[in-house]
Design a protein around this ligand. Structure first.
Ligand code: CP
Length: 328
């Protein structure tokens, strides 16, 4: 049943979030507004001079306590394209390794008056904790196995761009659900926007309570992919497993990897997605990862526009003068 119509104009709506901690805190209207705002920023990245003055004078700090290629770079590019000043702090270059607490680190960074902290940490809830101790806006760039809201927003943006709307689509999410922060953010987002979400994965990768979120748990990958508009695969998160939860990667790829044959069960125009980094030959057959239906690199490109929208909205950009918005 479609409960949300994202094609309707938003009226009497106001984006009212100073932090982006998770998709859990966003309504369908918030998500629609973020995706609409991202669409208006998308074209900036194809200009010869990819820079607008929208966030001039603002300071964005990337505070990453876990490795990242896409998210950190994408937030930095997004901020720079909007003329913000950006600074990167990683676990290995911060004084947390000398024993400073995370809260002390954040309060010391706050003392230098940043406007936004983009936070990634291996512990679930760290961005939420920091939001209670600093004045700067907090954007969650991935907390443990909890949420990765900007990833889900760029995934939804990519689907909406290709399919026109999210409501009514069937989305199959395959793989390591238990350890994936992308999984929960995408469940919450796609369901709020009116999609049907099905999952499949080894029993050791499926947490209890998925049905309570509105997710349909399938017995096999073919059941999940059958008739799907979107096939979204997740990385096996070896760094978050205490014990080996699958017999071997070869066995995993045999039963849960997306091959060309498995993909034939989805709709002919189904999108193949992956948040990255991809374990080639494990979650996706290389021919599928690089095939015509793959939008994996589109996800990365769209991530810049979505993160520009997030930076702009949390700083209250859409509440400023129309002239300022017009320049973007
Ligand atoms: N999708 C994602 O979060 O990738 P990175 O770990 O490279 O940021």
């Amino acid at each position: 049943m479609v409960e949300y119509d994202e094609t309707r104009e938003l009226s009497d709506y106001r984006f009212d979030h100073n932090n982006i901690l998770g998709i859990e805190q966003l309504s369908a209207r918030d998500i629609q507004h973020i995706l609409d705002t991202a669409r208006s920023f998308r074209e900036i990245s194809s200009r010869p001079i990819k820079k607008v003055p929208t966030l001039r004078g603002k300071t964005v700090v990337n505070l990453f306590f876990e490795p990242s290629t896409r998210t950190r770079t994408s937030f930095e590019i997004a901020a720079k394209r909007m003329s913000a000043d950006t600074f990167n702090i990683s676990a290995s270059t911060s004084s947390t390794i000398k024993g400073e607490t995370l809260i002390d680190t954040a309060r010391n960074i706050q003392a230098m008056a940043p406007d936004i902290l983009i936070v990634r940490h291996s512990c679930s809830g760290v961005p939420h904790l920091l939001s209670r101790h600093v004045e700067a806006c907090i954007v969650n760039a991935g907390d443990g196995s909890h949420e990765h809201p900007s990833q889900a927003l760029l995934d939804m943006y990519t689907v909406r761009e290709r399919k026109g709307a999210i409501a009514g689509l069937r989305v199959a999410i395959i793989g390591d659900i238990s350890h994936s922060r992308v999984a929960l953010s995408n469940f919450l987002g796609f369901i709020k926007m009116g999609a049907e979400v099905r999952v499949a994965g080894p029993g050791t990768f499926l947490p209890v309570g998925l049905e309570q979120l509105g997710v349909k748990v399938c017995r096999s990958v073919v059941d999940a992919v059958d008739g799907a508009d979107v096939v979204l695969t997740l990385r096996i998160q070896r760094e978050r497993e205490n014990d080996s939860l699958i017999p071997s990667l070869r066995e995993y790829s045999q039963y849960y990897g997306i091959s060309r044959k498995v993909l034939t069960y989805a709709k002919p125009d189904a999108l193949v997605m992956h948040p990255g980094p991809v374990n080639r030959g494990v979650e996706l057959e290389p021919e599928v990862a690089d095939g015509e239906q793959s939008v994996i690199l589109d996800q990365v490109s769209n991530g810049v526009a979505v993160r520009m929208a997030l930076l702009y909205l949390v700083l209250g950009g859409d509440k400023e003068s129309p002239e300022r918005r017009e320049k973007a």
